[in-house]
Write a protein that binds this ligand. Structure first.
Ligand SMILES: Nc1nc2c(c(=O)[nH]1)N[C@H]1C(S)=C(S)[C@@H](COP(=O)(O)O)O[C@H]1N2
Ligand SMILES: [Mo]
Length: 499
């Protein structure tokens, strides 16, 4: 009995591994390799939270581990298919036991392979080898009238032969791997995308439950855009380059894969335009994926304290080198490739600063000696400092039973939103609104809700005000001003009738 289990296991592994190894030898890690395809499928169907945990746990080894693991699973499944179909066919057609069994096994392996790879031509070769392997492994113990030690010798030869074939096939696959690294990068990028998706999901789970509340993550298409261009510049990530010029020891440039080759970071971050009014719509939050500028520039010797950044359009802005190094160069947004309207292929994210510094379609960083403003400074705007705190009302919901539910969101740059205070008497007395949980980075939105029960007040009009207190304890200023030229200030206000 024990021997049968052992024999079955050997047979299944020999057939499965030979099939998979042949596929590896033929196609290395390209998309035509059974295990690569299987990984692409797994990447799509597994929950993002799971993919994200695996990637975080195993880092850069995650891809190889998952290839080895799914390769093992696939080998066992294909092995069972091959061996079972061989035996079943043999028992149905005893006269042609071997030929029919091997043929059916090969056909079924080819069908299974086609389902995985999505392509018959890529599945046939490995399936034929699987069919041969099942014939060899299934027939050897039955070799007629051999004495026991002869049998053992045959076993060793057969298993050894199959093992040698597999080792050889793997060596061929590894050598050919160089040519197929694009697929590995695609798989890696897929895993990174699923990680970002899982952060989006986690963030959305932190949303407060109320109607008409702005979501914590704005979807692409809803996220605001502000451009000096009628149409976004169309840049191709394959030909795109970021040049580092000016006061550097040696001018240099980076391409898209240089950026993706850095340590990849995900970041929750809101962007707010300097022209956003207190009641405006130019403030949104997303999960961004990219690398740290500091990592990218690590080996570039910068000889100036400021940087003038240029977009592929006519847009330009300066920033201190210290701050620049703290920025993120994003190529992904909410788990998608950064879309054209938000700066494809890469844009800058600047902690705690107005949106105008968040250069889209970045193509050049020129190192200079002193601050030199930028596009909007040359048109009379200020606002080179930190982004103003703001709190907005999204909607006033009238609930059943007469409760007035005021819902909104607040933002205070990387100082973070500590509390949102509301007043019903024009600012004489204040109470805290309920806040959504802080996202992993403070440079993000928080939602708030405040409910008024009119029957608890003997007023028929409320002079509603809301203001934010940031993480440094600074209370949002009452002084009202429009966006031009320093950015809007003042509390949001509404007169709300009790009924
Ligand atoms: N190259 C370039 N970058 C740019 C701009 C632009 O017009 N060109 N607009 C800026 C302004 S004013 C803002 S508020 C943000 C808006 O980013 P978004 O369109 O992704 O929301 O991008 C900034 N980056
Ligand atoms: Mo802006």
């Amino acid at each position: 009995m024990k021997q049968t289990i052992f024999h079955n296991a050997i047979a299944v592994l020999a057939v499965g591994i030979s099939t998979v190894a042949t596929s590896f030898a033929l196609f290395a890690t390209s998309e035509r390799f059974l295990v690569s395809s299987f990984n692409f499928v797994a990447l799509e169907v597994l929950p993002s939270a799971f993919v994200s945990t695996v990637v975080q746990e195993f880092g850069s080894n995650a891809l190889w581990l998952s290839m080895v693991f799914t390769g093992g699973v696939l080998s066992v499944l294909l092995g069972i298919l091959g061996v079972a179909s061989y035996r079943f066919t043999g028992s149905m057609l005893p006269a042609y036991e071997r030929e029919a069994g091997a043929a059916v096994a090969a056909v079924l392996l080819a069908i299974a392979g086609t389902i995985v790879v999505g392509d018959v031509l890529s599945a046939v070769g490995p399936a034929v080898v699987g069919g041969v392997a099942v014939l060899v492994i299934e027939e050897f113990p039955g070799l007629p009238d051999e004495p026991m030690n002869e049998k053992r010798r045959t076993t060793v030869k057969v298993v050894g032969g199959i093992a040698a074939f597999n080792v050889l096939a793997h060596i061929v696959g590894f050598i050919r791997r160089q040519q197929t690294q694009g697929t590995e990068q695609a798989l890696q990028a897929g895993a990174v995308r699923r990680e970002a998706e899982s952060l989006v999901d986690e963030a959305n789970e932190k949303s407060l439950a109320a109607e008409n509340l702005k979501p914590l993550i704005s979807e692409i298409g809803v996220f605001y855009t502000v451009d000096i261009n009628p149409e976004p510049p169309q840049l191709d990530s394959q030909t795109w380059e970021l040049e580092i010029t000016g006061a550097v020891e040696e001018e240099t440039s980076f391409n898209y894969s240089d950026i993706q080759g850095q340590e990849i970071v995900h970041e929750h971050k809101a962007i707010r335009c300097l022209s956003d009014d207190i009641d405006g719509n130019l403030l949104d939050n997303a999960v961004w994926t990219g690398c740290r500028v500091g990592d990218l520039l690590e080996d570039v010797e910068l000889q100036g304290d400021y940087a003038m950044m240029y977009g592929a359009d006519e847009y330009y802005y300066s920033i201190s080198v210290d701050e620049l190094k703290d920025c993120t160069l994003a190529f992904g947004m909410n788990g998608f490739e950064l879309p054209p309207e938000h700066g494809h292929p890469v844009r800058l994210l600047v902690p705690n600063r107005w949106g105008k510094l968040h250069m889209k379609w970045l193509v050049e960083i020129e190192i200079i000696d002193a601050e030199d403003g930028g596009y909007w400074e040359d048109r009379g705007w200020n606002g080179m400092g930190e982004v103003n705190a703001v709190t907005k009302i999204d909607r006033i919901n009238r609930l059943e039973g007469g409760t007035i539910q005021v819902v909104g969101h607040a933002y205070a740059g990387s100082r973070g939103v500590d509390t949102v205070e509301v007043s019903l008497d024009g600012g004489d007395s204040w109470e805290d609104a309920m806040l959504s949980e802080q996202l992993p980075d403070p440079d993000t939105l928080r939602q708030w809700i405040y409910e008024i029960r009119p029957d608890e007040h003997d007023q028929n009009q409320f002079e509603f005000r809301a203001r934010v207190v940031d993480g440094e304890g600074t209370v949002q200023t009452e002084e009202q001003s429009g966006p031009y030229p320093d950015g809007a200030t003042g509390w949001i206000e509404r007169s709300i009738s009790a009924s």
